[in-house]
Design a protein around this ligand. Structure first.
Ligand SMILES: Cc1cc2nc3c(=O)[nH]c(=O)nc-3n(C[C@H](O)[C@H](O)[C@H](O)COP(=O)(O)OP(=O)(O)OC[C@H]3O[C@@H](n4cnc5c(N)ncnc54)[C@H](O)[C@@H]3O)c2cc1C
Length: 392
């Protein structure tokens, strides 16, 4: 078995060497902004190989891997600098449809989600309804074969690229607030949808606010029963937490930090030789190892996906990620201070890099990932959930 896994690791490594261009890997690893074509082009390459939808059952096109194989695959991709795929379709919409979708919905969406021809966004949060999601107000009123939707959604990642949105709407105002919520699949081409960009701390556009003005969504695009959306949504959020923890990403950041610290000089010698720096590095490494162990236990028992292990991974994984990116920015030195959004988006073009090539994306990348302790459930909420489960 051990040998089989080693063979599998070499197979993944060989595939990445053949299909992932070093330029794309370097851009992705350093934090340059990738285009939709680059991201979904990489998804296509994985799709052709059958290595996509890692958590999907085989009958829907998943690769049917053991937890250990999935772990090795993600680990090798992160080490090789493979682009981080947008998982709103693959993980969240996929989990929702596979578990609760009608045959018609599965037929219409699953294959295009897998091959990357259908892009999805998540319409959950609203101004004033983020952590307290059940208080959401965006209303859907039944009108014959349609729901008429009015309201707003905020922080909607990649809505400007998306073909579809899985949307939480209020269909009932009586009783417990969790009990009046329904999930609808919204075609982003429907009349009445306005997508307004929100520019992030890094100067880039990945977030949006949606304004929904009498949007008519066919009732056949409802997932599950009316007013039962809250329970279905928990399945989606569980998978979101484990991927938000980003342990593989943290491992790749660690490697990168070591490389930068070897080439950056402080007081006449490489930064990596500074005792203070090495002490911080060792502490991060130990925590990384511990989180990897917890991640393996979650992968081996998927019932833990919605348990406190997932909350713990999200909390500690994102803290670690942020500390690593902060250290990368510090290690990159003065040249990491200027902000060049154009460079991040389009590459250097005719300009020469100011300082080493790893410097320009270091701080924006750090700033962008400040989001990881908020999105996918704020870390304070994770703490509340852990405390509630353990202490009652
Ligand atoms: C970059 C980014 C991408 C996102 N993408 C999406 C997306 O694609 N789709 C989507 O639907 N949403 C998305 N979100 C929204 C995200 O889910 C919310 O931001 C998150 O749930 C927090 O909600 P909020 O922003 O309203 O903050 P609030 O809930 O108002 O929280 C503000 C602060 O108060 C704290 N707080 C709140 N309640 C408690 C409590 N009970 N106990 C202790 N502390 C508390 C929070 O931890 C936080 O520090 C994204 C957010 C970000 C930053």
């Amino acid at each position: 078995m051990e040998q089989d896994l080693e063979d599998f690791r070499f197979e993944v490594r060989a595939f990445l060497k053949e299909k992932l261009s070093p330029e794309l890997a370097e851009r992705a690893r350093s934090g340059f902004y990738l285009s939709k074509q680059e991201l979904f082009g990489w998804q296509q390459a994985l799709y052709k190989k059958g290595w996509i939808g890692l958590n999907w059952p085989k009958e829907y096109g998943g690769p049917d891997w053991s937890p250990m194989q999935k772990y090795i695959f993600e680990d090798e991709c992160a080490q090789a600098g493979a682009p981080i795929l947008i998982t709103l379709g693959l993980n969240q919409a996929g989990a929702l449809l596979i578990n609760f979708g009608t045959d018609e919905q599965k037929k219409r969406h699953l294959q295009p989600i897998l091959d990357g021809t259908q892009t999805w966004c998540q319409g959950f949060s609203e101004p004033g309804s983020g952590s307290d999601l059940a208080s959401l107000k965006c209303a859907a009123v039944r009108d014959g074969d349609h729901y008429v939707v009015n309201g707003t959604k905020i922080w909607t990642t990649i809505a400007h690229w998306s073909d579809w949105c899985f949307l939480l709407v209020r269909t009932d105002n009586g009783g417990r607030k969790q009990d009046g919520i329904t999930i609808l699949l919204m075609d982003m081409k429907l009349p009445g949808i306005t997508v307004r960009p929100i520019i992030g701390l890094d100067g880039m556009h990945s977030l949006n606010q949606l304004f929904l003005d009498n949007v008519r969504i066919p009732a056949s695009d409802r997932v599950g029963e009316e007013n039962r959306g809250w329970d279905l949504m928990k399945v989606v959020l569980g998978t979101e937490r484990v991927s938000a923890a980003g342990i593989w990403k943290a491992k790749a950041h660690f490697e990168r930090l070591c490389l930068i610290a070897k080439s950056e000089m402080r007081n006449g010698r490489p930064l990596i030789e500074s005792p203070r720096f090495r002490q911080r590095l060792s502490w991060l490494y130990l925590r990384l190892q511990a989180l990897e162990e917890i991640l393996l236990s979650v992968l081996a028992d998927t019932s833990k996906l919605v348990g406190i292990e997932a909350s713990l991974l999200k909390l500690r994984g994102t803290q670690l990620q942020q500390e690593l990116l902060e250290m990368i920015s510090e290690a990159a030195g003065y040249y990491a201070i200027p902000l060049h959004p154009g460079v991040l988006r389009d590459g250097w073009g005719d300009e020469e890099p100011i300082g080493p090539a790893y410097a320009a994306p270091a701080t924006p990348f750090y700033l962008f990932w400040r989001k990881s302790s908020i999105s996918g459930g704020a870390n304070e909420i994770m703490r509340n959930m852990i405390a509630h489960t353990l202490l009652g």
